[in-house]
Design a binder for this molecule. Structure first.
Ligand code: CTP
Ligand code: MN
Ligand code: MN
Length: 471
């Protein structure tokens, strides 16, 4: 391994009372390496000492081990008895190294790296169905249990091969293990399949996928006999403006927003904002910042070093877009005056939840034609009309410059990563983290930060880049 890592691990071992030799000799009892095969390690020693390792005769041969033996021994505070899984194999051992090192799987999602693509999606898909079904039934505890298990498995750098490997993993209880076992043995999880096929699950999925509809509303409608979208046409169902538009643009809003579309939305917003503040700062957050290629909406964070430049800006920019016929809906929420008093899951920034009418195809001519109002289609010469815009959900958040790093961290997600960051802060550091700041339990005073890296450092966490926050 590299010199810095070796130095760090050697110091750690010495602090725990292990004796660490600088060079190979007959006195050495355990040889530890990282991501090497036995052949590579033997060859390396031979090169260093000029003679091979005596593996027979009077002198007992040392154990040749991968790093898992070392990390387990460090947590135990004494040398672990050597088991087969610790021993270096003849060929490359990088995957078995990762696998055996369960002590590396930390309990909070914000302590782990969770890339977008991972190795256990069949299992996590099933667990996420169980999680969603639990939330549809109103069971937050079960929802969280399955979500935490799924999130933990997404962070594993290898594919689980047996249920035994899940033994020491955090959040992997009996129910989770039975799902793992079923998937590994049969390729399907019967419970998840049955839920997916059930009327309640399908209907709740359908209803909660409408903009403006949460689990409680969906459950009430389900109890009132709603089974398909058309059932909501009955005037006895009183829909909010959001829900009415959610239904009206249901097909568009269910289509994923592509990266290319998100970039075009950003151009439109930049143009609107720059009309009033030329040097405004705009950052795309949410799933796109985490490297997703598509999303259910586009999220933006807006800031400026001069606070006064932000006053009234969002309203003016949205009016400007509306004047060009580019908006189907907007709901603006003013900034809360006492952000630190908000519940830690709430966000007090000035925010605008909106639906854009995003021009499709030849941007310029179509934008000209929509500028006189939101007309859905233009007739072409054949008499068949083609749509000229697509409804796209957009969230805009305005943050004072001093809170920008916290807002950026809070709006990059994923939702589970955020939830875990806040839980970690409160439980492990006795501090309240929000998208406004990091507040000390007593003083209610936020710690100033100039970057996300600083916030992770305050919390004593290794920095996790956005692309590894897909928990
Ligand atoms: N968020 C928030 N307050 C809200 C809504 C969202 O702080 N009222 C945060 C969420 O916690 C999340 C981020 O904004 O971290 C993005 O939320 P969302 O757009 O719902 O999810 P994405 O991760 O962007 O997923 P998708 O690509 O499907 O949009
Ligand atoms: Mn989003
Ligand atoms: Mn959003």
């Amino acid at each position: 391994m590299g010199a810095a890592r070796r130095g760090f691990l050697a110091a750690l071992a010495q602090r725990k009372g292990f004796s660490v030799a600088q060079e190979y000799s007959d006195a050495v009892t355990h040889v530890v390496s990282e991501q090497n095969s036995l052949a590579e390690v033997l060859g390396w020693i031979e090169g260093k000492t000029g003679c091979g390792v005596q593996r027979t005769g009077r002198q007992k041969s040392p154990h040749f081990l991968d790093i898992s033996w070392f990390t387990e021994s460090m947590s135990a505070g004494e040398p672990m008895s050597v088991e087969g899984r610790h021993c270096l194999q003849g060929d490359r051992t990088s995957s078995s190294t990762d696998k055996a090192d369960h002590s590396a799987v930390l309990p909070y999602a914000c302590q782990r790296r969770t890339p977008l693509m991972h190795h256990n999606s069949q299992i996590t898909d099933a667990l996420e169905i169980l999680a969603r079904a639990a939330s549809f039934r109103g069971s937050e505890v079960r929802y969280l249990g399955f979500t935490r298990a799924a999130s933990m498995l997404k962070s594993l750098p290898y594919k689980l091969q047996s249920v035994e490997e899940a033994e020491d993993l955090p959040w992997c209880g009996g129910h989770c293990k039975s799902v793992i076992q079923e998937i590994l043995e049969d390729g399907v999880c019967r419970e998840a399949e049955a839920l997916k096929a059930s009327e309640h699950y399908q209907c709740m999925e359908l209803l909660t996928s409408i903009f403006g509809v949460g689990v409680k509303t969906a459950e009430r409608w389900y109890k009132d006999g709603v089974r398909k979208l058309d059932d909501l046409k009955d005037p006895k169902f009183k829909l909010t403006t959001e829900q009415r538009l959610g239904l009206e643009h249901y097909t568009d809003l269910r289509l994923p927003v592509t990266h290319e579309e998100a970039d075009r939305v950003q151009c439109m917003i930049r143009e609107a904002l720059q009309t009033f503040v030329p040097d405004i700062q705009i950052t795309m957050t949410g799933g796109f910042r985490r490297g997703k290629q598509q999303g259910h909406d586009v999220d933006f964070l807006i800031t400026h070093p001069d606070n006064s430049a932000l006053t009234g800006l969002l309203k003016k920019a949205m009016d400007w877009l509306d004047g060009k016929g580019l908006l189907l809906y907007r709901h603006r929420k003013e900034r809360s005056h006492a952000p630190h008093r908000l519940n830690r899951n709430m966000d007090g920034h000035e925010t605008c939840y909106s639906i854009f009418a995003l021009p499709i195809g030849d941007l310029k001519s179509e934008r000209d034609s929509v500028s006189s109002g939101v007309a859905r289609s233009i007739g072409d010469s054949s008499g068949v009309s083609s749509p000229i815009w697509k409804a796209v959900r957009v969230d805009l958040v305005v943050t004072p410059y001093s809170e920008y790093p916290y807002a950026l961290l809070g709006w990059t997600g994923s939702k589970h990563f955020e939830r875990e960051l806040r839980r970690f802060s409160l439980q492990e550091k006795k501090m309240t983290l929000s998208s406004h700041g990091l507040f000390d339990g007593d003083t209610k005073c936020s710690i100033a930060a100039t970057s996300e890296e600083e916030i992770f450092a305050y919390l004593g966490l290794d920095y996790v880049p956005p692309s590894d926050r897909n928990a």
